[in-house]
Design a protein around this ligand. Structure first.
Ligand code: NAD
Length: 435
């Protein structure tokens, strides 16, 4: 080029390449975990090859009329890792760093999670690269509706069922349900889970992920022979998962001594008043301005000494850089993918009891399954029935994983993933390869 500028084509090629899931560190992490598992279970190499790639990925451009009259174009993704066991199932995430690789990794983890919990779903995930805190309510509604419209050809109650994740909530699920229903011409609550109860949502779904994590934590406390009343907890993230974990731990007499969100962190060695903090945050104030704790550096949260550490925000936060400084007895992974394989290598030499994400946060998809079944059958369960069944399924999965880990001398993550991978692999084998 004679003007000294880079050829346009070269720049576009690089951007397109960066968008491929194979280059994403999160996707590489998910593949590495799967390959590690394949070393300890008997899996057909052809099936393994198929499981290393998502079944279907869709990238959509989502134009939105902003409040100021201008149009902004967002990029959205929906990845279905597997359709072998039933409809694909997984959340929809709004975060600025969302890309195809991250969504593909999260979709793969969903397959293993559904397998461990024995749910009739394959894994999926979706996301839009957007900071939800920087758009208005109206803009978020238009974004959600237009995204739904753009992915309409690959979603459906028997094909792909979305749910809330980072940055989305039950109101967004209501918009998806409405947009889909308007398109098919009848009310279709079973298109989405985690929606408001008035629209066919399941009582207890919002709390299910945090509650399920705490059921596992209580079992892990028994494993390490620790008393709840003498235990302390630190939670990263105070959203759907983190806030409920804090509330459920506090109810069981466990002191929450540090909490953080994207804006900052607070600590109080005597225990944070979680009910008061919840009220403070619900009134629209920042967590770090809560008077019942002193501010600490957000980085310090994960290395604060405690009995139970719960990362409940983003992936890859426990990594080679900080793993050796983690000072907890139980690491309960509320978030998806919070611990990198490098960190796992460091933690395996410690006495930290890891409750891996694929069981720890499986309560959400489990109650999503209850919601889907109720919607399809036009049937309503009570909150007591939901919680009882959730606890039963969580404990069953926890003990299956624990017993496999003990008998085969495997880390908890490898044991958990092997159960999930094995179920999907078996089903692929039995169905055979079409045509
Ligand atoms: P959310 O949007 O409701 O809450 C996320 C929280 O994390 C917020 O408090 C936010 O401020 C905080 N956060 C964001 N960036 C942070 C940072 N850098 N440091 C500290 N805190 C930060 O999301 P959620 O639904 O609670 O999801 C949290 C995690 O749990 C995600 O990994 C998600 O995939 C996983 N998960 C959620 C569900 C569910 O049912 N919602 C189910 C399974 C797994």
């Amino acid at each position: 080029m004679d003007n000294g500028q880079k050829p346009k084509e070269a720049k576009e090629t690089k951007e397109a390449k960066n968008g491929l899931f194979e280059e994403s560190p999160v996707f590489q992490m998910a593949c590495r975990q799967l390959e590690n598992v394949a070393e300890v279970i008997d899996v057909d190499p052809g099936v393994l090859e198929r499981m290393l790639k998502p079944k279907r990925s869709m990238i959509v451009s989502v134009p939105v009329r902003m409040d100021d009259g201008n149009t902004r174009n967002f990029i959205g993704y929906r990845v279905q890792h597997s359709l072998t066991s039933g409809p694909a199932k997984g959340g929809l995430r709004y975060h600025p760093s969302v890309d195809l690789g991250e969504v593909a990794a999260l979709a793969m983890w969903m397959s293993w999670k559904c397998g461990i919990m024995n749910l009739p779903f394959g894994g999926a995930k979706g996301g839009i690269a957007v900071d939800p805190a920087k758009i208005s309510k109206g803009e978020k509604e238009r974004l959600t509706r237009r995204f739904t419209e753009e992915v309409l050809c690959i979603i459906g109650p028997r094909m792909d069922v979305m749910a809330p994740d980072l940055g989305t909530d039950e109101q967004d699920m209501a918009y998806i349900m409405d947009t889909y229903s308007m398109s098919v011409g009848y009310a279709c609550p079973e298109i989405v889970t985690g929606k408001p109860v008035e629209l066919g949502g399941c009582v207890g779904r919002r709390e299910a992920t945090g509650r399920g994590a705490v059921y596992c934590i209580m079992q892990a406390l028994q494993e390490i022979k620790a008393n709840a009343s003498e235990s302390t907890a630190v939670v990263q993230g105070f959203g759907n998962v983190g806030a409920v974990v804090c509330q459920e731990l506090a109810t069981r007499g466990i002191k929450v001594v540090a909490v953080s969100d994207r804006y900052g962190a607070i600590a109080n060695p005597r225990g944070i008043d979680i009910a008061a903090l919840t009220q403070h945050v619900s009134s629209g104030k920042h967590l770090k301005e809560f008077s019942g704790g002193g501010q600490i550096a957000p980085d310090e949260v994960l290395t604060t000494p405690c009995t139970i550490l719960v990362p409940a925000a983003l992936e890859r936060v426990i990594n080679a850089g900080n793993a050796s400084r983690i000072k907890c007895r139980i690491l309960a992974e509320g978030a998806n993918g919070p611990t990198t394989p490098e960190a796992d290598d460091i933690l395996k030499d410690s006495d930290i009891f890891v409750i891996p994400d694929v069981i720890c946060n499986a309560g959400g998809v489990t109650v999503s399954y209850f919601e889907w079944v109720q919607d399809i059958q036009q049937f309503l369960w009570s909150e007591q029935q939901v919680n009882q069944k959730l606890e039963e399924l969580m404990l069953k999965a926890f003990h299956q994983v624990r017993s496999l880990a003990k008998t085969r001398h495997l880390p908890m993550r490898t044991a958990a993933l092997s159960l999930g991978v094995q179920k999907t692999a078996k089903e692929k084998n039995r169905r055979g390869l079409y045509p």
